[in-house]
Design a binder for this molecule. Structure first.
Ligand code: CUA
Length: 355
């Protein structure tokens, strides 16, 4: 009877855990509500394996319960030695073949899907973006559009977008749970997959490989827009020129400080100097004020920005910006922040797609 209670307790625990976990996460950060082709394929595989495993679990449990009820030793029953089945060829064959069949049922579609999703033979006909992982931010280089940006990845809806992944430093892993599978980002070889989003919106991306103290803060967003909006956004990005910005005096001073204090040596601020394949030392800031998050995860308020400029280490430990420039007074940090908040090339932003 004691074994029964133990099993029951485990069942109740697992059941409630599944119930609680199913309520976890946001709509745009879950593989369980697919909004893109890769996530859809993954979901079908999740369902397939869950069905197979549930089947195995049920069969085992039913046999277990029947045996427990029927063959349990009752009071007064004589002590007997049950029939020994060791070396029984039929039994051995059955419990070897059944698992093999089950594994094949799960493996064939999985391997097929893996190769299918990695097939980039038609990439020339689609959008291609070189994605570079850095501690702890992402750089995007739009090959044909000749623009570059960081953190927020803009793509059109219902279109195949190929991402070619490589890292500048340590291993990372590129994952947008609602849209695509997860793919390692290695230093020596480019890994390619495509994203095809079904619905417009803002989707959360995560680095899924432990890459240092701020690994969990290496978030990014995928902003899925209509095809017209995408074309407009690309144009806005291409035409953006900080030299022609109409800045108020404070922001103007900020721009001068941005150059004097050597911020500009690591951060590009417009696509005028775009050169294919070159990854800046720090994130490209061309559309800084259009971004949905600051440093990947903070609300993009001026207060947070000033704090970030003055002490990035406290917000994102282990980042490369710490100590890369002279200390800034409150006034200087404030002016630089004023300037950065003017870097808004487009009306099409993550905010405009979020509801
Ligand atoms: Cu990059 Cu974890």
């Amino acid at each position: 009877m004691k074994g029964w209670m133990g099993k029951l307790r485990t069942l109740v625990l697992l059941g409630s855990l599944a119930f609680i976990l199913s309520g976890c996460g946001r709509d745009n950060l879950t593989a369980l509500v697919p909004k893109g082709y890769g996530a859809d394929v993954s979901m079908q595989l999740i369902i397939l394996t869950t069905v197979v495993m549930t089947f195995v679990f049920l069969v085992v449990m039913v046999i277990y319960v029947i045996v427990l009820m029927r063959y349990r030793k009752k009071k007064g029953d004589p002590v007997i030695n049950p029939e020994q089945v060791e070396g029984n060829k039929t039994l051995e064959a059955v419990w070897t073949i059944i698992p093999i069949i089950l594994v094949v049922i799960m493996a064939v579609p999985t391997v097929f899907a893996t190769f299918h999703l990695a097939d980039d033979s038609d990439s020339e006909d689609h959008i291609n973006i070189d994605v570079t992982g850095n501690q702890y931010w992402w750089h995007y280089d739009y090959r044909n559009e000749e623009i570059a940006t960081s953190q927020d990845l803009y793509i059109p809806v219902n279109t195949k977008v190929y991402v070619h992944l490589i890292t500048n430093d340590v291993l990372h892993s590129f994952w947008v749970p609602s849209l695509s599978g997860k793919l390692d980002v290695n230093p020596e070889n480019v890994n390619t997959m495509y994203i095809e989003a079904y619905e417009e919106g803002v989707y959360f991306g995560k680095c899924a490989e432990l890459c240092g103290p701020s690994h969990s803060l290496m978030d990014f967003k995928v902003v899925v827009v209509s095809e017209e909006e995408y074309d407009q956004w690309v144009q806005d990005m291409q035409n953006f020129d900080t030299e022609t910005l109409d800045l108020d005096p404070v922001a103007q001073e900020g721009r001068e400080l941005f150059e004097e204090k050597s911020c500009v040596q690591c951060h590009a601020t417009d696509t005028q100097n775009y050169s294919a394949g070159s990854v800046p030392i720090g994130p490209d800031l061309t559309q800084f004020a259009d971004r949905s998050r600051l440093a990947g995860y903070l609300d993009p308020t001026k207060e947070n920005l000033v704090k970030w400029i003055q002490d990035p280490e406290s917000l994102k430990p282990g980042n490369l910006m710490t100590g890369a420039y002279p200390e800034l007074s409150d006034d200087e940090a404030d002016k630089i922040a004023e300037y950065l908040l003017q870097l808004k090339p487009s009306e099409i932003t993550a905010e405009s797609k979020e509801d």
